[in-house]
Design a protein around this ligand. Structure first.
Ligand code: HEC
Length: 502
């Protein structure tokens, strides 16, 4: 009987998942496990499981309440009736979207734990996957529509699952993660290519950098100076970071070092440069990379000015592998550019604190130890734009480890127009969010606009990033936080890609 087979498979599977959860915890992953509560919280025994009969879901769920009561059902499972294909199953339903939405990172050799390259690797992770999916924590994506923010356009490369895919994932778990028949497998899409098409120039780091855990400290920040090699001013229309070692490359901030001052660094390296730019001040923050990031390509007709003699400065965040030392011997950057000026030339402006612009209004920035829901808000009045067509085509939110929510809006005639909000801000997942629109359809800046940047902080041990940051410097209690570049300092800055056209 289909129903009995389902129950048995479900029970066995969940027992194994419990083991996987143990593994996740052992890796110090911070998964908030509710002992199966999450599995129970939602009854998904619904219409998405056409061949399953629809009445066995409750029995499956009761298995979830007691992960310790597993194991005994193994024999039943092995003899269960699998001849009638259950839907959804791996080969026909689940594999394609796991490939598209998860495997860009969860593949062998990546910084993401647990490869999901095939059924055998993936089914034991199903319950943990569901927890992360329901919490909107995976795939990682932080620019989210909220009650107080509807950005003017969608964003490019948005990897979030559709409601139908989430529903299907629930149904699959409720059925006990059936594999289905490989003969019916639908084609699995390759994850989108992370290579920049037709690069003009590629430069790689000099020397190498060793990264190994130091006690509880797994995170290291080193700066690299790369030479784009443009002999004249050029306009970049494509850019991609090429990580030298996927196992440790966690995130990268990309700056243009306008004067090329970092060329003076021995071996092009500045070790332990924190979250900053290693003392180089005339810089533009132009990009951010996280595992799986696709190349940054401004809209048609927009190019990023790269002066002659400028360098590319990478702030590398390495996350050490718990398994031991690793070496980065080859991080680089690929750039594609034209020498003819495009219709719109892009600049990047930082707006916020520390004071990068004159017209900010803010009381002294200070986040006391123990503060929750602490808000710092700054404003910036847009100077006259003249007759130019000024557009915002990309945006990046930047705080450090105490920050939990950030919103950027434009105030215009009493109205608030929200550009982006990152309500579950995570220092480790900073991205440049590129609006998914032609440049002529992106947000147009007007004289008199006031940009408002609101940052919210949680400076308590309830904030896992605070715990992590304190650990890094050998402390265990929250500290008063001020403005600055260090691990325990904070910022409240948005980086705006501004295209200036005719
Ligand atoms: C952009 C890269 C990326 C993508 C895409 C991605 N993950 Fe992850 N995932 C990670 C990284 C890195 C970690 C390790 C934890 C961290 O650094 O946040 C992780 C951790 C996890 C964990 C363990 C969480 C924990 O705290 O232990 C699960 C489960 C997971 N991912 C599921 C998924 C699922 C399901 C998808 C697709 C729907 C997905 N991930 C897509 C990068 C990614």
């Amino acid at each position: 009987m289909v129903a009995r087979g389902t129950v048995a498979r479900g029970t066995v599977a969940r027992g194994t998942v419990a083991i996987t959860w143990g593994l996740a915890l052992a890796l110090g992953s911070g998964l908030g496990l509710g002992c199966g509560d999450d599995g129970q919280a939602r009854e998904t025994n619904d219409t998405t499981t056409p061949t399953s009969g629809g009445t066995e879901g409750s029995a499956t769920d009761s298995g979830a309440t007691d992960p310790s009561a597993d194991g005994t059902a193994t024999d039943t499972a092995e003899t269960s009736d699998t001849s009638q294909a259950q839907r959804p199953n791996w080969h026909e339903d689940i594999a394609p979207f796991v490939a598209q939405s998860c495997r860009g990172c969860h593949t062998a050799g990546s910084v993401a734990p647990f490869p999901m390259d095939d059924y055998e690797q993936t089914w034991p992770l199903a319950a943990a996957m569901l927890l992360q999916i329901d919490a909107a924590a995976m795939p990682p994506w932080h620019a989210i529509e909220t009650d107080e923010c509807s950005p003017p356009n969608g964003f490019k490369h948005d990897p979030r699952l559709t409601p139908e895919q989430i529903e299907m994932m629930h149904a699959w778990v409720d059925l006990g993660m059936p594999e289905g028949d490989p003969a019916n497998a639908v084609p699995v899409p390759e994850p989108p290519s992370t290579d920049l098409a037709d690069p003009t120039a590629t430069d790689f780091m000099q020397g190498s950098i060793d990264v190994q855990p130091e006690g509880p400290v797994l995170d290291f920040f080193h700066c690299l100076s790369l030479d784009p090699g443009n002999g004249e001013e050029v306009f970049v229309d494509g850019m991609q970071v090429i990580p030298g070692n996927d196992a440790i490359a966690h995130h990268v901030l990309v700056y243009i070092d306008i004067d090329g001052a970092s060329a003076a660094w021995p071996d092009g390296q500045r070790l332990d440069c924190g979250g900053g730019t290693g003392g180089i001040s005339n810089v533009r923050l132009v990009g951010a990379w996280v595992p799986g990031s696709l190349p940054m390509e401004p809209p048609e007709g927009v190019g990023i000015r790269l002066p002659a003699g400028a360098r590319i400065l990478l702030n590398m965040h390495y996350h050490a592998a718990v398994t031991g030392p690793e070496t980065d011997g080859g991080t680089g950057i690929a750039l594609r550019w034209t020498t003819t000026p495009p219709q719109y030339v892009s600049d990047f402006r930082l707006i916020g604190v520390p004071g990068v612009d004159g017209s900010l209004t803010t009381a002294p920035f200070f986040i006391p130890a123990g503060a929750t829901d602490h808000v710092e808000e700054v404003e910036f009045s847009v100077p006259t734009v003249g007759g130019a067509d000024v557009r915002i085509w990309s945006i990046l939110n930047h705080m450090h480890k105490v920050g939990v929510d950030m919103k950027v809006s434009v105030m215009r005639g009493g109205e608030e127009l929200c550009l982006v909000q990152t309500p579950a801000y995570d220092y480790n997942w900073q991205r440049i969010y590129e609006y998914d629109a032609d440049v002529g359809d992106t947000f147009r800046v007007q004289a008199g606009d006031v940009v408002r940047v609101r940052c919210t902080y949680d400076n308590t041990l309830d904030n896992p990033s605070v715990v992590e940051a304190l650990q890094e410097v050998g402390l265990d209690q929250p500290q008063d936080v001020q403005l600055g570049e260090g691990t325990l300092d904070e910022m409240c800055i948005t980086g705006v890609g501004v295209a200036i056209g005719p």
